[in-house]
Design a protein around this ligand. Structure first.
Ligand SMILES: [Zn+2]
Length: 59
């Protein structure tokens, strides 16, 4: 749990992130994550965090 809480936020160009958990044994089905809010969205499979570059700058 600590590892997930400390996960860095990945900045994504555009409003949709794609996450597959990094592939391999630790991966999961490809998940599309909408980034419509100005705070990080969390992958429901692996806990990775994503935010749109549109929110990450100039705000
Ligand atoms: Zn994921």
């Amino acid at each position: 749990m600590e590892r997930i809480a400390a996960a860095p936020v990945t900045v994504v160009a555009g409003r949709v992130a794609m996450c597959d958990g990094g592939g391999g044994a630790l991966g999961h089905p490809l998940e599309f994550i909408k980034l419509d809010a100005p705070y990080p969205a969390v992958c429901k499979y692996c806990g990775a965090k994503f935010i749109s570059a549109e929110w990450g700058s100039g705000h």
